[in-house]
Design a binder for this molecule. Structure first.
Ligand code: CDP
Length: 806
């Protein structure tokens, strides 16, 4: 070895593998205007589609007159339900086993519902024609309150299924009922609560919100009638599933459908569902033979695609007098809107809500969920959280705080006392999940020490005394939240969507010159997969990350996978990537053994090469092996160096975190000043700390938005009250505090590289921390619980109700 020979450490650094703060390779493109989004697609002869939408929350359609719209120069077609009926496409299947009207059939069930689809030469003409379609409506009474959906005389919403009393998830109790789902030991839980020393009881509502990505939903459908091939570019978080659904709906063979997700400007769950716009664009292209583009505007996005949450959670939590939790019971009333289009694995109509025992060792628990129809938009999705985990986490974290107050215990102390201990993992919860790994005490302890929790509480006591003496009009609140997420759906044995098992995939091709391309079944919407999946591979196969291209989102080239949502990419596709890499390495070892004329067992792997044990001078680098794979006939081995892995995870992964928020609340104005926010995340092995930091910042900002302002509210007749960014809160740099981030590392024992998901965690933990802080500010004045969002008006109202403003 001469002085120029790089050391093992230098070679490893050159790879930019696991743990490296590699800069995002995507950013060169995005920061220079070279991103390529759906709306950038322009095809010869392309037409544009736009919707006539219902102004009413609930109304009968008496007639539709298209004449004036059709007379506008440049209008090619106006489609209504009657045009789709002969094709049997006026209803489409939803991801939840229900059907949804593609174009309203005789009735509209929510404001903004699609009534007619205008196809025109350009979108301006289409928009003009939309205004000229005359729809005669007869308004009907609407249901905007889930608690009234199953009243005896409640208006019947879904006439199309009124007599179908057996739904996708069992019997229905009422014509506006969708399903009941329950889990846990009901009888023993109720008994334990009845006989408990202390019981805290509360209704916790998680309001309806919307993921509101920067880019709205849209697609371009292009039917090539000569070759019989349908290509759809769209903002799809699960391109392969879309292809399968498109094939089932249109009867076009799946190999003749190509779904391409180009660059996507944020998804957060909004782009998981199948929307009428996709169907109408595809049908219009099949009929006209020319490409059709449909892209939502902001108001359409907020009012008609994929809401999130809308959960009303009535809970009881029981404990011994010294603060040991003995039982948890929860009934959820789930408002699914007009059609059940929630995106959850089939067997879990309430998603993974049964993670609601949280991070605590609770011996008995029971959950029952009733889903109901209301006159609101359909499409319940996991807005930057794994299926209903944010709701579950918010529920338990509020209940714990309420219980702590009742017991006169500190919120951190009660958490410490009830944590699942490190030596209890793998831990099976009372509601059936097997948590893979965790070290909760260390995480919360680190968080408390870093923020000087004891000092903050002392300061709060002083603040409260000063407030009572009239020296300040501000109250200090400290929010402690600890969360456990469940991400990485999921094991095929219990997770599927529309019967498609939720595995994921990676296919790798190593080229003769030692560069590589990896294709995955997932699709990045800004998470940086092209950067991080190359890092996983760099460590597995010893090729520098810069020489590995990661490609996603084209069903003609990528292996089948279930897509990106709920932080499943790293736990599932990330695992597939590592496993495919290991297959490459196994073959590389055979080739190296042949080239070095030794037995495979005499070789050892060293960063980017195989070397003879005890004689590292004798080695073959991956670059040399790759070339040999293509130019030397190796007896018994096929040429080439390629591998594919379809990974069915044995379990979910369970990231966790400890968050602490400090807020100063002005009781006269309701203004909340987030003084400090500390977030400690544990996502197991950290692939790229810089990307994780970015994910946490983004997720925390969304959690701030939800906790402190976002709401899609409806009035009594079904008008949406949060349909534009004037009303729907999107924080800017002005409202966003400086985030303090931290971490511990507790690897997942079953994931090939020990990684757990992270993208969703900050949203899950953040919301509870903000809400707990606002509630804590008023706790000593007798407040048990105040509902989100904690906007200035509501906070001021809370202060007023407590008699603090007079
Ligand atoms: O499914 P999604 O991509 O939304 O979420 P994720 O799997 O949590 O990954 C988000 C981003 O963080 C990806 O670029 C991951 O590779 C990265 N990540 C990481 O660097 N280390 C982890 N332990 C988990 C995620």
């Amino acid at each position: 070895m001469n002085d120029q020979t790089p050391t093992t450490v230098e070679r490893a650094e050159k790879l930019q593998g696991l743990g490296c703060k590699r800069k995002r390779v995507e950013d060169a493109r995005f920061t220079q205007g070279k991103g390529h989004y759906v709306d950038d697609i322009k095809l010869p002869g392309m037409l544009f589609g736009d919707f006539v939408r219902s102004p009413y929350g609930h109304a009968r359609i008496k007639s539709i007159n298209k004449d004036a719209a059709m007379a506008v120069p440049g209008v090619v077609a106006v489609l209504t339900a009657d045009d789709l009926k002969p094709l049997n496409l006026h209803y489409m299947p939803t991801l939840a086993g229900d059907v949804q009207a593609v174009l309203a059939d005789e009735k509209v069930l929510f404001q903004g519902q699609e009534v007619a689809f205008v196809v025109a030469e350009n979108r301006y003409v289409a928009a003009d024609a939309v205004d000229l379609v005359e729809v005669d409506y007869e308004q009907l009474p609407a249901i905007n309150n889930a608690f009234k959906a199953m009243d005896e005389n409640a208006p019947l919403l879904r006439e199309d299924i009124k007599d179908k009393m057996d739904g996708a998830h069992g019997p229905r109790k009422h014509y506006n009922h969708i399903f009941n789902w329950s889990v846990g030991d009901r009888e023993d839980t109720h008994k334990a609560i009845e006989g408990a020393d202390v019981v805290a009881e509360e209704l916790i509502t998680y309001q309806r919100v919307h993921p509101c990505p920067l880019e709205t939903c849209g697609c371009v459908a292009s039917m090539d009638k000569v070759n019989g091939k349908l290509t759809i570019w769209g903002t799809f978080q699960a391109p392969h599933a879309v292809r399968t659904v498109a094939s089932l709906i249109t009867n076009i063979p799946e190999h003749n459908i190509r779904i391409i997700s180009p660059d996507i400007g944020g998804g957060f769950g909004n782009k998981v569902g199948v929307y009428p716009g996709y169907i109408c664009a595809a049908v219009a292209s099949i009929v006209t033979g020319v490409p059709i583009k449909w892209v939502e505007d902001r108001m359409e996005n907020l009012t008609s695609t994929a809401f999130a949450r809308d959960y009303h959670m009535s809970g009881k939590i029981a404990a011994t007098r010294d603060g040991r939790i003995t039982a948890l019971d929860c009934h959820v009333l789930a408002d699914h809107g007009a059609f059940d289009a929630c995106a959850d694995p089939t067997k879990f109509p309430a998603g993974f809500f049964n993670i609601c025992t949280g991070s605590y060792d609770i011996p008995l628990a029971h959950v029952s969920v009733d889903g109901v129809y209301t006159n609101k938009a359909p499409g319940g999705v996991a807005y930057r959280c794994s299926f209903r985990v944010t709701e579950a986490s918010y529920f338990i974290e509020r209940m714990i705080d309420i219980l702590a107050r009742k017991l006169d215990m500190d919120p951190a102390e009660i958490r410490m006392k009830n944590f699942i201990r490190k030596d209890q993992f793998p831990y099976t919860s009372a509601l059936g999940w097997e948590y893979d790994s965790g070290d909760y005490e260390t995480a919360l302890d680190k968080a408390m020490k870093t923020v000087d929790y004891a000092g903050l509480r002392a300061e709060q006591n002083a603040n409260r005394e000063a407030f009572d003496r009239g020296e300040t009009r501000k109250l200090m609140g400290i929010g402690v939240a600890f969360f456990t997420e469940i991400v990485g759906a999921g094991p095929v044995k219990n997770c599927d969507i529309l019967g498609l098992g939720m595995f994921d995939s990676c296919e790798i091709r190593i080229h003769p010159t030692g560069s590589a391309i990896a294709r995955l079944g997932t699709i990045s919407q800004g998470q940086g997969h092209a950067t991080t999946f190359a890092q996983i591979l760099a460590s597995e196969i010893g090729i520098p990350a810069d020489q590995i291209t990661v490609e996603e989102g084209d069903t003609d080239t990528a292996p089948y996978g279930l897509g990106t949502y709920g932080s499943r990419s790293t736990p599932v596709a990330g695992a597939a990537t590592a496993m495919a890499g290991r297959k490459i390495r196994a073959k590389a070892q055979m080739i190296a053994a042949y080239l070095l004329e030794v037995h495979e067992d005499d070789l050892e792997w060293d960063v980017d090469r195989f070397q003879v044990k005890g004689n590292p001078e004798q080695h073959k680098t991956m670059a040399e092996i790759a070339f040999a794979a293509y130019n030397q006939a190796i007896p018994g081995l096929e040429p080439g160096l390629e591998a594919v892995s379809y990974y069915d995870p044995p379990n979910m992964t369970y990231p966790f975190g400890a968050y602490i928020c400090v807020v100063d609340v002005d009781v006269d104005t309701g203004v909340t000043d987030i003084r400090r926010f500390y977030a400690l995340d544990d996502c197991g092995t950290r692939i790229n700390p810089m990307i994780i930091e970015g994910q946490v910042h983004g997720g925390l900002t969304e959690s701030l938005a939800i906790a402190m302002g976002q709401e899609i509210a409806y009035d009594e007749i079904g008008n949406v009250k949060g349909s534009s960014l004037l009303d729907f809160f999107l924080p800017t740099a002005v409202e966003t505090p400086a985030w303090e981030t931290d971490y511990t590392v507790t690897p997942s024992p079953h994931h090939p590289i020990g990684a757990k998901g992270v993208g969703e965690s900050p949203n899950v933990g953040g919301v509870s921390a903000f809400s707990n802080a606002v509630n804590d500010a008023f706790a000593h004045k007798g407040l048990t619980h105040t509902q989100m969002p904690h906007d200035h008006w509501r906070v001021w109202k809370t202060a007023e109700k407590l008699g603090l403003n007079g």
